[in-house]
Design a protein around this ligand. Structure first.
Ligand code: GN1
Ligand code: MG
Length: 381
C-alpha cells in the first residue's frame, strides 16, 4: 500500500479535509499503479490517491490534465447536452487542500497526493454479469468520448510518454530479454514464442497514425471495466473514473481496452487459463452501446480498425505484463513473484481467442456501422 502508517495517512487526508475531520480511511479498489483510499469526513466521501511517481514522473502534468478535463466537463454538464437528457452523469470533482487552492499535496513522508469527490450510489464491477451491463459499459465510454471530443488535444499534456505505443513496449520487452532473467519456465517460453509470432502486428496503429490516417483525440487511456461507475439502482453508466491517463491518443486504445477487459468473462486476474475466451455477444452489446453515443464521431477507418484494436490492446497488455515479470515486477503491483506472468498468460489467451474470431468480429462492426461498411479498408491487415 502507501507505505505510510495510519496516523500519517490521516494527516495527508486532513490536508484536504481539515484537522480532526476524518472519520474513516479504507483502501479502495484494485488499481495496479496508484494507491487509493476511501475517506470519510464531515459525512461525505472522497477518494484519496497517491500518484505513483515512478510511473507518472511529472504528476503536476497529470493534475493539469485533470483540471482541463474538469473544467470542460463542468461546462458541458451545465449546458445539458441532448445526450444527457434523462440520464444521470457525473464527473469526479477535484478537492483543493485546506491551506491553498492547490489540488494536490506533497507529504513530507513521501508522496504526491490528491483527493477527488466519490461518485455515490454507484458501483463498479471487475467481471461482467449481463449483456445489459455490457451495453452500459460501452455506452459510458461512448458518452465520455462524445463529451470530451471537443476538448482541444493541445490543451492536454503527454503525462505518460509511450503509453499504448505498442512498438515501444516491444522495444522494452527486447531490452528486458537482453538482461536474460526469468526466461527459463515453460510459461515464459510460451510467452516469448507468442510474442515472436505476432511482432508484425505491433506497428499497425502507430504506422496509421504516422501516415496521418488516424487523428489524435482526447482519450481516457484506461477505461477498463472497473473504471466505469454504474448507478446502483438503474444499472446505467454514470461516470468514468481513474482519469490520470486522460491525454491525447488514438480512440482505439480506449475501445480496445474496453473490449478486452469487458469481454473476458473471467476477468484479468483469473487463473483458469484454459477457460479464457473473448465473448462476441458481449462485444456486440458493448459496441451497440458505444456506437450509439460516439459512432458518429469516428471516421470510417477508425471504425474499421476496432477489431484490430481489440486484438492489439489485449496483446499489448500481455506484452507489458510479461516484460514487467522479466524485469522483476517493477511497474505493476504484484501479490506474488509470478503474478505478472499469470496476468500476461491471461491476456495472451484472450488475444488468441480474439484472433480466432476476427472475421465474425469484423462482420459485427460492419453490421453495426452500415454507412461505413462500403468504405475501402486501408491500414488493416
Ligand atoms: C494499470 O492501475 P490501473 O489498474 O488503473 C495500467 C493500465 C492497465 C491496467 C491493467 C498507468 O491500470 O494501462 O491496462 O493496469 N495503468 C497504467 O489492469 O499503466
Ligand atoms: Mg488506471
Amino acid at each position: 500500500m502507501s507505505g505510510l502508517d495510519d496516523s500519517r495517512l490521516r494527516r495527508v487526508a486532513e490536508a484536504f479535509h481539515g484537522e480532526g475531520q476524518i472519520t474513516g480511511i479504507t483502501p479502495l479498489g484494485s488499481g495496479n499503479v496508484n494507491d487509493t483510499y476511501l475517506v470519510e469526513s464531515g459525512g461525505s466521501l472522497s477518494v484519496l490517491q497517491r500518484i505513483n511517481t515512478a510511473v507518472f514522473t511529472q504528476p503536476e502534468l497529470v493534475m493539469h490534465n485533470l483540471q482541463q478535463l474538469s473544467q470542460h466537463m463542468q461546462e458541458k454538464l451545465q449546458r445539458k447536452p441532448p445526450a444527457l437528457h434523462n440520464r444521470r452523469w457525473e464527473h469526479p470533482r477535484l478537492i483543493c487542500t485546506q491551506s491553498s487552492d492547490q489540488s494536490w499535496h506533497c507529504c513530507e513522508a513521501g508522496g504526491f497526493w490528491r483527493s477527488l469527490s466519490f461518485i455515490t450510489q454507484a458501483e463498479s464491477v471487475d467481471v461482467i454479469q449481463t449483456a445489459d451491463q455490457a451495453r452500459e459499459l460501452g455506452s459510458g465510454l461512448g458518452l465520455f468520448h462524445a463529451l470530451i471530443s471537443d476538448l482541444p488535444v493541445d490543451s492536454l499534456a503527454d503525462t505518460l510518454e509511450g503509453f499504448h505505443i505498442t512498438p515501444l513496449y516491444l522495444e522494452a520487452y527486447r531490452n528486458a530479454l537482453a538482461s536474460g532473467a526469468r526466461q527459463g519456465s515453460d510459461a515464459s517460453r510460451f510467452c516469448m514464442a507468442f510474442i515472436h509470432e505476432r511482432e508484425g502486428l505491433v506497428p499497425l496503429l502507430e504506422e496509421a497514425k504516422q501516415r496521418g490516417e488516424l487523428p489524435l483525440r482526447p482519450i481516457h487511456g484506461d477505461p477498463k471495466i472497473n473504471n466505469v461507475m454504474l448507478d446502483r439502482s438503474s444499472g446505467r453508466a454514470v461516470a468514468l473514473i481513474d482519469l490520470d491517463t486522460v491525454k491525447p491518443g488514438l480512440v482505439h486504445y480506449d475501445i480496445g481496452d474496453c473490449l478486452r477487459s469487458c469481454c473476458n468473462r473471467l476477468g484479468e486476474e483469473t487463473t483458469a487459463l484454459d477457460a479464457v475466451r473473448f465473448d462476441l455477444d458481449l462485444a456486440q452489446a458493448i459496441l451497440e452501446g458505444y456506437l450509439a453515443e460516439a459512432g458518429g464521431l469516428l471516421t470510417p477507418l477508425e471504425l474499421q480498425l476496432i477489431p484490430d484494436a481489440a486484438r492489439l490492446i489485449s496483446f499489448e497488455l500481455g506484452l507489458r505484463f510479461f516484460t514487467d515479470h522479466l524485469n522483476g515486477n517493477v511497474y505493476f503491483k504484484a501479490q506474488h513473484p509470478e503474478h505478472n506472468l499469470q496476468r500476461a498468460l491471461v491476456q495472451f489467451r484472450l488475444t488468441a481467442s480474439i484472433e480466432a474470431q476476427m472475421e465474425p468480429l469484423r462482420r459485427l462492426v460492419q453490421r453495426l456501422t452500415p454507412a461505413q461498411a462500403a468504405a475501402p479498408r486501408r491500414a488493416a491487415t
